[in-house]
Design a protein around this ligand. Structure first.
Ligand code: NAD
Length: 277
């Protein structure tokens, strides 16, 4: 598969699509992730909280792809934001996956009520200096949280992973991320396999390109400039989701897909200004 790359504000080149791994764990998860790597996935999204960093590490060894060719991303849990704890957690995260470094590491949620995320960010900066992480980013950070990190540490994240799908296109967040040179990454890019992939309007666009509803939605993400990380345990869906770089949606088709969006189109109500992980 010919997957284009994006360059982050720290110079790291990342593929335009990745594999979500939430709930892929144990032997079954290892098999599914190794198959995805062999099928062409290079960017793999995990988290300390998914309890599958071990399976990711096993899948890397089992796949035919060299470690250096892969970009492995994990995340720091909300209960580990305090400086020392954050650094130890990142070390534990590496041991779990049996890796020497993560390519990307994100603060999973800002947890603003707890309000320790600036300290977590300082630990992330130190972890990068120590060589634990090549590129540091955030997840579920609103513009105000990102502004504060920059104001208090002078360092902008490279990437912000947020809920983004046709019901919630995150136009404002994407604009604010872009102002800081931050790439937006889409979690639940297919609305978690919601009926959206079979919606009549989506299917009509898909048929016009000889593609599936899922492919058209993933293509929409990439044309917005966002990196989708669809999760699938099935090789057929994994391959289908990668095969989105040989067609282009028209401006009208992009608008039709975006028209599903609502001001608060979050599907599970996880608003980062109140949600505490
Ligand atoms: P998703 O939008 O990727 O949807 C996954 C579902 O869609 C699965 O049930 C899968 O079987 C189905 N699917 C996949 N490909 C399909 C296809 N081609 N056709 C039809 N159905 C298909 O949802 P997700 O798993 O919630 O999100 C993706 C990843 O994002 C997660 O695995 C995780 O890595 C990450 N994530 C991060 C956060 C965060 O707070 N940072 C939160 C949720 C998820």
């Amino acid at each position: 598969q010919n997957v284009p790359e994006l360059t982050l504000n720290d110079g790291l080149k990342v593929p335009a699509i990745g594999l979500g791994t939430y709930s892929l764990k144990g032997e079954e998860g290892v098999k599914a992730m190794a198959a995805a790597m062999d099928a062409g996935y290079r960017l793999i999204d995990t988290a300390f909280n998914y309890e599958n960093e071990g399976a990711v590490g096993k899948a890397i060894k089992r796949s035919s792809v060299a470690r250096e060719e892969l970009l492995i991303c994990s995340k720091l849990p909300g209960r580990r934001h305090a400086y020392k704890e954050a650094l130890v957690t990142i070390e534990e995260s590496l041991y779990r996956a049996d890796l020497d470094y993560y390519d990307l590491y994100l603060i999973h949620w800002p947890n603003p009520k707890q309000d320790v995320y600036v300290e977590a960010w300082q630990a992330m900066i130190e972890a990068k200096k120590r060589g634990y992480i090549r590129s540091i980013g955030v997840s579920n950070f609103l513009p105000e949280h990102i502004d504060r990190l920059i104001k208090e540490t002078g360092a902008a994240p490279s990437l912000n992973q947020v809920e983004l799908h046709p019901f919630f296109d995150q136009a404002y967040q994407r604009k604010k991320d872009a102002e800081h040179g931050i790439v937006t990454e889409s979690w639940s890019p297919l609305g978690r396999g919601n009926d959206i992939v079979q919606d009549e309007q989506i299917v009509r666009i898909a048929e016009a390109h000889g593609k599936t509803g899922a492919q058209v939605i993933l293509r929409w993400h990439t044309q917005l400039g966002a990196i989708p990380i669809p999760k699938s345990g099935s090789l057929q869906h994994q391959k289908e989701n990668l095969d989105i770089f040989d067609f282009e949606l028209t401006a009208e088709e992009m608008d039709v897909i975006s028209s599903f969006s609502r001001e608060d189109g979050r599907l599970w109500g996880q608003d980062p200004s109140t949600y505490e992980e």
